[in-house]
Design a protein around this ligand. Sequence first.
Ligand code: SMG
Ligand code: MG
Length: 369
Amino acid sequence: MKLERVEIVHVAIPLVTPFRTSFGTMTTKDTFLLHLVTDVAEGWSEFAADPEPLYCSEFVAGAEIVLRDFLIPRMAALPHLTTAVLADALAGIKGHELAKAALETALLDAELRSYGMPLATYLGAVRDRVPAGVSVGIKDSIPELLDDVERYLAEGYVRIKLKIEPGWDVGPVRAVRDRFGDALPLQVDANTAYTLADAEQLRRLDEFGLLLIEEPLEENNLHAHALLQQRLRTPVCLDESLHHARDTAAAIALDACRVVNVKPARVGGYLEARRVHDVARAHGVPVWCGGMLETGVGRAPNLALAALPGCTLPGDTSASARYFAEDITEPFVLVDGHLPVPDGPGIGIAPLPDALRRFTRERRDLYAA
Ligand code: SMG
Ligand code: MG
């Protein structure tokens, strides 16, 4: 393939309700799509981070510069453009996994479309639909939380994840267990809000039979997570701390993580996400696909990943309506608590031109041959 054009499309889509985590509140999905054009096919992808570096160090404006000045020139210099050689060509640029993932995914979409293969087939998916979990933000009160959980369960979600932070942990978890019972698949996500000094408080969560506690301590501190795991029955799951298959292997070896949240963006793309999955599966460690409040452009490829054999827990792969009154693609709709794995070529979806136009703030070429 020959690269002809890379276009960046900044979009902003209002969320149906604010989404609060231990690090902030989101009211709009404000990000960019990449539209990559080659001589044989086109591809789309979505950048997973936000305008501010609160979840991770990458952010929208910074990623545009990294793509324009460092990543795309290396891609454009390749004599034969394929995803097989892209990651090596970008490896000299340190970090910036989310920006690299956006570029690789758009290329992978174009490449797979050029020979008519769905991403799910390429990755080795074993399911044509995947169970959907939902991530529930921090609320102002327990009754408000219980109303939200009740509504999501009525919609069919098969697993609930509660965002927690100091002061909003044991109380909400107990209230949800009391109201909805012990059989409800339930897990929590702290987004790095605790320290080892909080181990006793986190141990109080053990009595609720949670599937996992996600990223309780500071990012990248595998040692501290291993020490915490020694004191908890609840399995520790890492999110922010895992950046590739190598550190996933290290985390498993250290017993810093007994469950893996794989986000393709966080690990540099779907090819590395497949390797993360393979490492975890080889160790018998359950994997699930995380989410970054993606529009349909990001959700579609995540569903393909969630259909891999090692993804044995429901992901944060919720329906479009969880976040958006109107998605930028055909919406993903929950059927019996599941979402369909796209079966069209590439990521199997593309933005709807009319919705894209209305949600677009700016578009520019980052590269034109
Ligand atoms: O896509 O439903 C989704 C979001 C799930 O909670 C979610 N994501 O740490 O796992 C996580 C968070 C990261 C984004 S919070 C703005
Ligand atoms: Mg998380």
